[in-house]
Design a protein. Structure first.
Length: 313
């Protein structure tokens, strides 16, 4: 096994190894010099560049922006993303510069899907509102709605979207999928977004990429009284358009786990029918352990391959 003594590895995610130190110990045992994220949040471009210019060749990445400029000014050889999406990485630039890029797509599937189901039920039964009432000493009973019989539209029918569909199956709901990249027959009907929106009692977003899925035009098509859930990227939902729909009642409630600007401090926090969580879709002990360990194992294997290739030249 090739030694990686002195190899500098930057840790991007601020919560890395917070629950289990094993992934970090693996890096140290391999001889790596580990540079932790000192800011306790997602790194800005300036902060990232300041850390990468210290001769770092390996990166355990979170959601920090790894654009062409950042990659060009770095000495990176391997990027191992702790998570499923790679929309924050300029993959074309990385390929040109010979930087290997990996992800851990399986890790967050169960955790995000389970949280989505929990949020869906909480919205329908207005659990957050009744919880707040009781904490304030008010015994207020609210009439919610059942999941059974609803039409749920899943936008993005990849690993997470399909797991959400599996979890929903026992609830006797009608499931429709929206995913332009599907090429094979699916277990549920697949429709274009414009055709699915008017049918959705509940719309849940799990697609990759930063493109806006729900803007003003899309919200205009949505069924009045629908619920919207977003566990994809913050830019997937136009937050200003969502606010208008909450005001006029077109959207009955929403759950957002991701935001255009994080940490989020915007006006959605004033709406009791909106559940906001701080980008915690993957935040379970089991998921974090799996993703972080897998990201480290992938990184070490790729770095050793690089060392071996250099020694043979």
């Amino acid at each position: 096994m090739k030694s990686l003594k002195g190899t500098k590895v930057l840790i991007g995610p601020s919560s890395f190894a917070a629950l289990d130190q094993t992934p970090r110990k693996r890096l140290l045992e391999a001889g790596c010099d580990v540079i932790d994220n000192p800011f306790g949040r997602k790194l800005t471009k300036t902060e990232l560049l300041g850390l990468l210019t210290q001769g770092v060749t390996g990166l355990v990445a979170g959601l920090e922006s790894l654009d062409r400029d950042v990659l060009k000014r770095s000495t990176l050889k391997v990027i191992s993303r702790c998570g499923s999406g790679l929309s924050n990485v300029d993959l074309a630039a990385a390929k040109e510069m010979g930087i290997e890029v990996y992800a851990t797509p399986q890790g967050p599937t169960a955790a995000v899907a389970e949280l989505t189901l929990g949020a869906m039920l909480s919205l329908l039964r207005m659990l957050p509102q009744m919880d707040r009432d009781l904490h304030a000493g008010q015994w207020t009973k609210r009439i919610g709605a059942q999941l059974e019989g609803k039409t749920v539209v899943i936008v993005g029918f990849g690993r997470i979207g399909q797991r959400v569909a599996t979890l929903l199956a026992p609830f006797n709901v009608k499931i429709l999928a929206v995913d332009p990249y599907l090429r094979e027959p699916q277990s549920v009907p697949v429709l274009p977004l414009h055709a699915a929106l008017p049918q959705a009692d509940i719309l849940t977003i799990h697609c990759s990429g930063d493109a806006c899925v729900l803007g003003e035009q899309e919200f205009a098509l949505i069924k009045k009284g629908a619920f919207v859930l977003n566990a994809a990227r913050g830019g997937s939902v136009d937050e200003t358009a969502l606010l208008k729909c909450l005001e006029d009642g077109r959207v009955a409630g929403a759950w957002l786990d991701t935001f255009e600007q994080e940490p989020y401090t915007g006006p959605l926090s004033r709406y009791p029918q909106v559940i906001l969580t701080p980008h915690v879709g993957s935040y379970t002990l089991e998921c974090r352990r799996q993703m972080e360990t897998e990201a480290v194992d992938i990184l070490l294997a790729a770095l050793r391959k690089t060392v071996r290739a250099n020694s043979e030249n």
